[in-house]
Ligand binder design. Structure first.
Ligand code: ASP
Length: 324
């Protein structure tokens, strides 16, 4: 009996030792970040910018794999079910880890239970933007226009940030647009620039350049203060819709069971990226808000996700929108 226990104990310590050695050498090969939307959208842009610096500090490439579909839940489901060895991580956001549970009764992951939190990567204010040719030139004109004309709205799928924030916006202004789903707001921005769709609500990071370049119109930013990246865009308060206050975020997650040492390593690498001058500048120029040191811990993100799910569930359930 004694013998059997010591065999088990020896086997257990061998497993622990090899897990520790694995974490110590980590990473020995490239890391894949699943981006649950098409290339060129905010989630993709944030993942690529921080990933570039993380590749340098980790000494291994951090590669983006775009796995789009179902408002980001397809990619996050894949990530949640992948091997928890630190070689597959995910860039989630307010939609995939906040709104989705209220909208997908059959969601295959629980944002509050099935992940190890790595850290917040960026805060992303929400803007209301429209195609250049739309006759409305400010938010008030747009509200009047949207109520009396047929309009189309682009979003990145049920449960995405654009879908969720425009669901709120449409309800507030009494608009009933034709809602057009894309595989991410990268492709929907292309159609907005091309004039195939009328408006969208989205995260600032892939809009700033097109707004500055005059390829699309920005009616308002839904934060308390204007963005330093777009000082000419009024806040919703200034533009006459003060009750529309909403912003989103992007964050890195690992599948549940990824070792604490590996998660710590990834959290440190993310923190180093957010402290790097060139990386910060790229994010700030796009209008992203860089998380403070307190907001960068793994514990902060874990709590934050719980609060986001609790915040969005009643709002979205009240709206009566449900996906299959
Ligand atoms: N910003 C998008 C959303 O609406 C997704 C993306 O990053 O493409 O959720």
């Amino acid at each position: 009996m004694k013998h059997a226990w010591s065999v088990i104990a020896a086997a257990a310590s061998a497993v622990l030792a090899s897990a520790a050695a694995q974490a110590q050498n980590y990473p020995t090969r490239p890391i894949t970040t699943i981006v649950p939307f098409a290339a060129g959208g905010p989630t993709d842009v944030v993942a690529r910018i921080v990933g570039e610096h993380m590749s340098k500090s980790l000494g291994q490439q951090v590669i983006v794999e775009n796995v789009a579909g179902a408002g980001g839940t397809t990619g996050i489901t894949r990530g949640a079910q992948s091997k928890p060895d630190g070689y597959t991580i995910m860039m989630g956001h307010m939609g995939t880890h906040g709104a989705a549970p209220a909208l997908y009764p059959k969601l295959k992951y629980d944002p509050t239970k099935d992940f190890e939190s790595i850290g917040l990567a960026a805060g992303t204010p929400i803007l209301i933007v429209a195609k250049k040719a739309l006759p409305a030139n400010n938010l008030k004109e747009f509200i009047a226009y949207a109520k009396s004309n047929k309009v189309s709205e682009a979003h990145a799928g049920v449960g995405s940030v654009s879908f969720t924030t425009c669901t709120m916006f449409n309800a507030m202004i009494g608009a009933k647009p034709t809602r057009v789903a894309y595989r991410g707001t990268g492709p929907s921005l292309n159609d907005l620039v091309g004039g195939q769709v009328d408006y969208m609500c989205d995260q600032i990071v892939n809009l700033a350049e097109q707004i500055k370049g005059g390829q699309i119109k920005a009616y308002a930013i839904a934060t308390a203060a204007r963005s330093p990246a777009l000082p000419d865009v009024p806040t919703t308060k200034e533009a006459g819709l003060p009750q529309y206050q909403v912003s989103a975020w992007n964050a890195l997650f690992a599948p549940k069971g990824t070792s604490k040492d590996i998660v710590t390593r990834l959290n440190q690498a993310l923190g180093m990226a957010l402290d790097d001058e060139a990386t910060r500048k790229r994010l700030l120029d796009l209008g992203a808000v860089i998380p403070s040191k307190q907001e960068r811990t793994t514990a902060y993100l874990g709590d934050f996700v719980k609060k986001e799910v609790a915040r969005w569930t009643p709002i979205l359930k009240a709206g009566g929108v449900v996906a299959e």
